[in-house]
Design a protein around this ligand. Structure first.
Ligand SMILES: C[S@@+](CC[C@H](N)C(=O)[O-])C[C@H]1O[C@@H](n2cnc3c(N)ncnc32)[C@H](O)[C@@H]1O
Length: 260
């Protein structure tokens, strides 16, 4: 026993249990063998910071969403790829509105929950792995802060190129991001400084997720300002056409495919 977690489908196990607690479907983690235990997403950052947040919101119905989620789905047009579909809350809503939507996720457990909740069209993998499938989209959604999947300067060109390869002419990306730089908390400002010293973007988080005995490998997840996003888009097939920051520090960035 090393005390280190076993590498596994952390998000999948966590959302399965959150779904079980929310619906009473399937075995649930129990407190004292009796009461359903609230399911908490544990996020470790590489400076030792540990945060926990209830996972139940990944299953929220539209009535419980944040206002920017509603504004994001109102912008959708054509065939949609929901990247990091999670528990399917966005895809389900779009499907109910008659929008053709595909949910993509690297977590088999998340896909299982999405399927169980009724999302019909699901794909396992990353956007790069999805390109050879030959399917093409008009709108890409990166919601639930999933602009973070752009990771940082190294991954951004490949990520943006894969999105362009999946795009129909005139396609758009609607991405939810968070500007990390409004804080005065030294735990965060110190981390931003540390990142810059090591040549990373300030909010380029190095994280791993934990759930019960499972953990992920360490991965990068980008929390960036709109200016930093604009810089990452420079020279890519995408241009920033709109920023909705009515719910600062959260924002919705809309990107459009530059004409060929
Ligand atoms: C923060 S959750 C957001 C879930 C959902 N979009 C929502 O708003 O409720 C992140 C999701 O992205 C998935 N994910 C992580 N890395 C991914 C990748 N490289 N490609 C596709 N999905 C990924 C995770 O498994 C998880 O379901």
């Amino acid at each position: 026993m090393t005390g280190e977690p076993t590498i596994g489908d952390v998000f999948g196990e966590m959302i399965r249990d959150a779904y079980a607690v929310a619906t009473g479907t399937g075995p649930r983690p129990l407190v004292g063998g009796r009461l359903p235990r609230p399911v908490i997403e544990i996020i470790e950052r590489d400076d030792g910071l540990v945060n926990g947040a209830p996972a139940a919101h990944y299953l929220d119905p539209p009535q419980a969403w944040q206002p920017y989620d509603h504004r994001a789905v109102d912008r959708v047009r054509g065939r949609v790829l929901d990247i990091g579909v999670g528990g399917g809350r966005i895809a389900l809503h779009l499907q109910e509105r008659g929008v053709p939507v595909t949910g993509l996720d690297t977590s088999l457990g998340a896909l299982r929950v999405s399927r169980h909740r009724g999302v019909r069209d699901l794909v396992h993998g990353t956007i790069d792995e999805h390109v050879p499938d030959g399917r093409r989209y008009d709108t890409f959604l990166l919601l639930g802060n999933n602009l973070g999947l752009i990771e940082g300067r190294d991954r951004a060109p490949g990520f943006l190129a894969a999105l362009a390869a999946l795009a129909r002419p005139g396609a758009q990306v609607i991405a939810h991001g968070t500007d990390p730089y409004g804080t005065t908390d030294p735990v965060h400002t110190g981390y931003h400084e540390l990142n810059r010293r090591r040549g990373r973007l300030g909010g380029q988080l190095r994280l791993r997720l934990r759930y019960r005995q499972l953990g992920t490998e360490w991965f990068d997840y980008l929390v960036c300002s709109v200016d930093e996003l604009a810089e990452l888009l420079h020279g890519s097939p995408w241009r920033l056409v709109d920023v909705d920051d009515a719910d600062r520090p959260y924002y919705l960035a809309t990107l459009e495919l530059a004409p060929a």
